[in-house]
Write a protein that binds this ligand. Sequence first.
Ligand SMILES: CC(C)(COP(=O)(O)OP(=O)(O)OC[C@H]1O[C@@H](n2cnc3c(N)ncnc32)[C@H](O)[C@@H]1OP(=O)(O)O)[C@@H](O)C(=O)NCCC(=O)NCCS
Length: 200
Amino acid sequence: MRANGWDAASQMNFDYHLQRLLGRATCRLGPGVRLLRTARIRNIRGDSDCITIGANSIIRGELATFAHGGRIEIGSWCYVGEGSRIWSGASVVIGDRVLIAHSVNVFDNLTHPIDPEARHRQIQAIFNHGHPREIDLDDQPVRIEDDAWLGAGSFVMRGVRIGARAIVAAGSVVTKDVASDTTVAGNPAEVIKSGLEARV
Ligand SMILES: CC(C)(COP(=O)(O)OP(=O)(O)OC[C@H]1O[C@@H](n2cnc3c(N)ncnc32)[C@H](O)[C@@H]1OP(=O)(O)O)[C@@H](O)C(=O)NCCC(=O)NCCS
């Protein structure tokens, strides 16, 4: 066992190799990237260039694009914890040294239509043959800037920008932009500390 707990068994990602073996799109990995055992790449859009992971990042969670769109860009030295999900129908762009704890959800879209009939049509499509290629899920890009930290169990909703060095407290639901050097907490997340105060 290595001192950091990432022994050979936890580093083996059979799912990634199976996806590639099945001829499915996966992702582009920078040098030194580790997709650990629990990482899942579901690139339903079908283009491996749509998910990129920068040098030395470690992924334990799920990165997924939808059939109708989506792009995920992760910078260098980032961490995506176990049970975290980044689901993109527009784009999720993550800077460098961003720490995403376990059980975090980042969605740049509604996932399902608001209108109940459209929602049922989507569900029927998913159940019968897969995600529809033509659908409007109010997709709005998400941006998470350098050195941000998303605490465990937090949610980042569509259209949100999380500024550089910002902290999202555990269990928060972020529905609006977070300024750089700010800490937010709660549901919906509100500023609890800003500027220098957030750094001490
Ligand atoms: C936000 C956090 C970093 C603490 O930051 P901090 O600057 O030291 O903030 P404080 O502890 O001084 O709390 C400031 C206020 O926010 C509140 N607060 C802190 N965390 C909160 C949370 N998760 N939800 C709601 N309110 C929270 C505090 O109760 C306090 O309220 P008060 O001023 O009314 O007393 C920490 O609470 C946290 O959530 N860490 C994430 C841990 C995690 O997810 N680890 C997983 C491994 S990466």
